[in-house]
Design a protein around this ligand. Structure first.
Ligand SMILES: [Zn+2]
Length: 134
């Protein structure tokens, strides 16, 4: 039986979907492929480089082993470096993660919010919302 990949716990999705590289006017018009940073890579980077959490606490927080955290974190840093050095835009999406709360996205204003019962957007009042995590 194949081993089930363990989900990594993430507190909250980023409030944006990525970054666009600023190209110099003489860089030509070729479009480089996006670098895709997975949600759990974003979380590892956020916990350690933004919230300055140590590896042991970050691994515990994400409900994963320390070696797994190190692997995810190293991958995140390589991707960020690649985007910076090669001038590629960065998209933050996908991966293998779970969240504690149910998160909805408003399809009208784009806001993301966690509500367990109400599916009305607290920002614009729209009922046109979709669950973005299971
Ligand atoms: Zn809305």
């Amino acid at each position: 039986m194949p081993r089930r990949k363990r989900m990594r716990r993430v507190s909250q999705l980023p409030g944006h979907e990525g970054f666009q590289a600023v190209r110099s006017p003489n860089a030509g018009s070729r479009n480089l492929p996006l670098v895709v940073l997975h949600i759990e890579e974003y979380e590892a980077l956020k916990l350690m480089d933004y919230e300055l959490m140590n590896q042991t606490d970050a691994a515990k927080y994400m409900d994963i082993s320390r070696p797994t955290l190190t692997r995810i974190y190293d991958s995140a840093r390589r991707k960020i470096a690649q985007a910076l050095v090669e001038g590629r835009s960065l998209n933050i999406s996908g991966g293998n993660y779970k969240m504690d709360q149910v998160w909805h996205k408003c399809m009208d204003c784009g806001a993301q919010f966690s509500e367990s019962k109400d599916v009305v957007c607290p920002f614009c009042g729209s009922t046109h919302t979709e669950i973005i995590n299971k």
